[in-house]
Ligand binder design. Structure first.
Ligand SMILES: Nc1ncnc2c1ncn2[C@@H]1O[C@H](COP(=O)(O)OP(=O)(O)OP(=O)(O)O)[C@@H](O)[C@H]1O
Length: 627
């Protein structure tokens, strides 16, 4: 017998959910609606108004009483309503109240984190460092005056290359908020943009923090290339080398029999790059390295990218090419092992960029990254940390290690854009009955079916939807991918166990922004029409009747969530509820990039934190920064 069909189309529900703010009714909400219904009926007996007896504020004469939670003494820690076990201790600061614009008195904590009020479940984690409302407003005002890349004092070749090399085919290119904030600050250009404070120093430390998919790469790359080119023009060694090369060319023209000598000598920058960009994975080396290479053709500098994807010989050839090297893109693992055997590699570095700093400064990577920073420090002029989130752990590390770091933060940091909708699928309900794999497959079939109802970008072709499925454990990737394949879905697993070469190939079709199409055919409909969800014990499941023709699915862990520019992805399925808001931000950040729209779908089971999901969803709906 076929299982009951899912009566509601997932995407009709999305729309309705947007209006109702509820894809799934949480128990608390249900209770609330019931109580409102009853409240509107006339009552024979009425109870006294509800009062929380445990709340001292609700009792009269509260102003006269001291705040018990702040009271010192042996019983100071009792009767607290917030455990705050995992949170870091508050910094001792003045608790002096202040007045906001409306004349309302607020405490310092409220002012730092005024929108965190509704996040009860997330408060237990407090994974992200707060950014004050005032700071966000101030930044908005600062960047309002910047409208064009022309306003930045970049060299002409770089300005011209923005549209030809980085943002090809785009019309009306304007800097994004993070670029408006970071580029003038890194260039130290007060004249060009008056309202931007001059903050660059001889040795500058910067933290660039902005939402996912907001153009952070160009924000640090344009000023870095500018600095490299300016330094090259002033470098005495390079001047001498170029003059000798010029002289040799002249002599060779007069006496062609002379063997070249200078041109065979290594360039002064050989094996000693001026700028290094560190990224956590080989995929990101390829992504960022590709962009740097594209600029190098028109701006005229030498770049190289190294990762464990290429052989040792290729790495050596790239690093020690006699033509020299100006900008190097590498992973910390590889660079630190090279620096151990050849410390010279870091001896001329003036610009060190740590991209995805929230990953590269966490427990796993931190010793390597810190060691590289230490070794590069003597020659360093700018250290640029770049991240989509500021986790509390990183915030603490920065306060200790780089107390004077300039924080270049966008007004919407830690908020998932409202153009990304989050739907919730209750795995425990019919017809899934706790089968998360089935819920995942059905969700993908629903996406495919909905897409087939509209014309694709090419006539006679169907649009192929690229979907990312995120799981928490890498062991699960293969299992989920195999299940999806058994349900007729084109799915592959990507985890650390996948060979690196294969990882890049897999990600390639998810990063291409060009549309992917398939020949238009009768769509097989929904999963339930094609696949029995229930196979009696002892029987073998019948073969797949029809395959889903218009979706491509990648099942992955965090590996696929950091930095990868998955412009083509419109749907992200969170198979597991992410462990923290940091993971929510990165995973949902693979869709809705650079102003595009996107959809996230969380599969929530019996053991998942529904309260956390509800709060994240509510925060997204309201456009609030997560905490
Ligand atoms: N000024 C701009 N106008 C339009 N598109 C831009 C602009 N700057 C960058 N982009 C595009 O936006 C996309 C995202 O950029 P990028 O990868 O730098 O984002 P990000 O902030 O580093 O994201 P993540 O936090 O996920 O690493 C890229 O495809 C890039 O080409």
């Amino acid at each position: 017998m076929l299982p009951p069909k899912i009566s509601t189309c997932l995407f009709c529900s999305f729309k309705a959910a947007r209006q109702q703010q509820s894809f799934l009714q949480w128990p608390s909400q249900q209770t609330a609606s019931v109580s409102t219904k009853f409240a509107s009926r006339p009552n024979r007996m009425s109870l006294a108004p509800f009062r929380r007896v445990s709340t001292p504020e609700s009792s009269p004469g509260e102003a006269a009483r001291p705040n018990r939670r702040r009271q010192d003494g042996p019983f100071g820690g009792m009767n607290q309503r917030e455990a705050n076990i995992r949170g870091i201790p508050e910094r001792v600061t003045s608790q002096r109240p202040a007045q906001d614009r409306n004349g309302k008195w607020t405490s310092r904590r409220d002012r730092e984190d005024p929108r965190a009020g509704g996040f009860k479940a997330l408060k237990m984690q407090r994974a992200l460092a707060p950014v004050s409302y005032n700071a966000r407003t101030r930044i908005k005002e600062q960047i309002a005056a910047i409208e064009s890349f022309e306003q930045f004092p970049l060299i002409t070749a770089i300005k011209a290359s923005i549209s030809s090399q980085a943002l090809q085919g785009m019309q009306d290119i304007n800097p994004t908020p993070v670029q408006r904030i970071a580029i003038p600050a890194l260039l130290g250009s007060e004249d060009a943009v008056r309202k931007t404070r001059k903050i660059v120093q001889e040795k500058g430390e910067f933290l660039i923090a902005a939402e996912t998919g907001s153009g952070k790469t160009l924000a640090y790359l344009l000023p870095t290339m500018n600095a490299v080119k300016l330094a090259e023009a002033e470098d005495e060694d390079i001047k001498e080398y170029n003059e000798a090369l010029q002289q040799e060319k002249l002599e060779m023209a007069l006496q062609p029999s002379l063997a070249p000598s200078i041109s065979e000598m290594p360039h002064p920058t050989t094996g000693r790059p001026r700028a290094i960009i560190l990224v956590p994975t080989s995929e990101l080396v390829a992504q960022v390295g590709g962009l740097v290479k594209a600029f190098s053709h028109t701006v005229k500098f030498r770049s190289a990218m190294i990762s464990s994807n290429v052989s040792g010989q290729v790495i050596r050839n790239r690093l020690f090419s006699p033509r020299g090297i100006d900008i190097l893109v590498a992973t910390p693992h590889l660079l630190s092992s090279i620096a151990d055997s050849d410390p010279n590699i870091l001896s001329r570095v003036t610009h060190l960029i740590v991209d995805e700093a929230d990953s590269l400064l966490d427990r796993g990577f931190s010793p390597l990254t810190s060691a590289i920073i230490d070794k590069a420090t003597p020659s360093l002029k700018q250290l640029i940390l770049c991240s989509a989130t500021i986790p509390r752990s990183m915030d603490n590390y920065l306060r200790k290690r780089f107390p004077d770091i300039h924080r270049l933060v966008t007004p919407n940091l830690h908020a998932i854009p409202r153009r990304v909708q989050l739907g919730v699928v209750d795995v425990d309900r019919e017809p899934y009955k706790g089968n998360k794999n089935l819920a995942c497959a059905d969700t993908i079939w629903t996406i495919g079916k909905a897409a087939a109802e509209h014309d694709g970008p090419v006539k006679g072709q169907m649009d192929v939807k690229r979907i990312l499925v995120f799981v928490n454990e890498r062991e699960t990737t293969q299992e989920v991918a195999e299940y999806l394949v058994s349900k007729g879905i084109d799915a592959i697993a990507l985890s650390r166990d996948t060979p690196e070469q294969r990882q890049s190939e897999m990600l390639a079709s998810f990063t291409l922004s060009t549309p992917l199409t398939a020949p238009k055919e009768d769509h097989p409909g929904s999963l339930a029409d094609n696949q029995p969800n229930y196979v009696p014990f002892g029987k073998v499941a019948p073969p797949v009747k029809r395959k889903l023709p218009n979706t491509k699915v990648l099942v992955t862990t965090d590996l696929g969530s950091r930095g990868i520019d998955t412009l083509a992805v419109r749907h992200v399925i969170l198979y597991d509820v992410p462990h923290s808001t940091i993971d929510f931000i990165h995973r949902l950040g693979r869709t809705g990039r650079m102003g595009r729209r996107g959809r996230g779908i969380v599969l929530v089971g019996k053991h998942d934190r529904k309260d956390v999901v509800a709060e994240v969803r509510d925060g997204m709906y309201k456009g609030q920064a997560l905490i």
